[in-house]
Write a protein that binds this ligand. Sequence first.
Ligand code: DX5
Ligand code: ZN
Length: 222
Amino acid sequence: MRTEKLLAPSILSADFSKLGEEIKIAEEAGADIIHLDIMDGRYVPNITFGIPVIEKIRKITDLPFDAHLMIVEPEKYVEDFIKAGVNMISFHMDATIHSHRLVDKIKKLGAKAGIVLNPATPVSTLEEIIHYIDYVLIMSVNPGFGGQKFIPETLKKVSKLKKLMKETNREDVLIEIDGGINVDNINAISKEGVNIFVSGSAVFKGNIKENIKKLKEGMYVF
Ligand code: DX5
Ligand code: ZN
């Protein structure tokens, strides 16, 4: 089991009128990864941002970019995202027809490939794809919006996923969790064995530096 603990602020909750500035504050405060929530108004009922924004913010930070694609037919766009400087790409398997082919494509283009599980998607759907992926993103809210409440039942998937990883000899797969993570629940979530913690509103609402400090303290299992 990989033991690293990484904080991935989602810029969805940042102030877009000063996005560059807020990313720099997050980086200086200890953010490990920048999480990019890409929504198309079809896979989820919301629209966010795309390639031009990523190209601009790529110039201001060297932190890894983790694109969470909540879009239909993600295979059409992964090359553009990687060219824009994205290092990790995750997609929802029900948004594409050939998941295996898409994982292969992402990896051949030089990025890490992840699969996202919606709250109602069981871990068992990963059985045939686990051999090929770098990480799994467990959604702890329904995708589409920042600032929602953590769904506690989704946390049970972490132990199920760890079991599958063990059975398939893929204990190197990283486990990411996304949605409703805050200073009050991050420690309990971390104890389950999660590696990457996405947090939007709990990072960008209020004092970014203080928020990141508290979240990072909570990430470590004492
Ligand atoms: C939801 C997104 C999440 C979300 C996280 O569709 O995938 O990344 O923005 O935001 P918070 O931390 O506010 O739930
Ligand atoms: Zn996300």
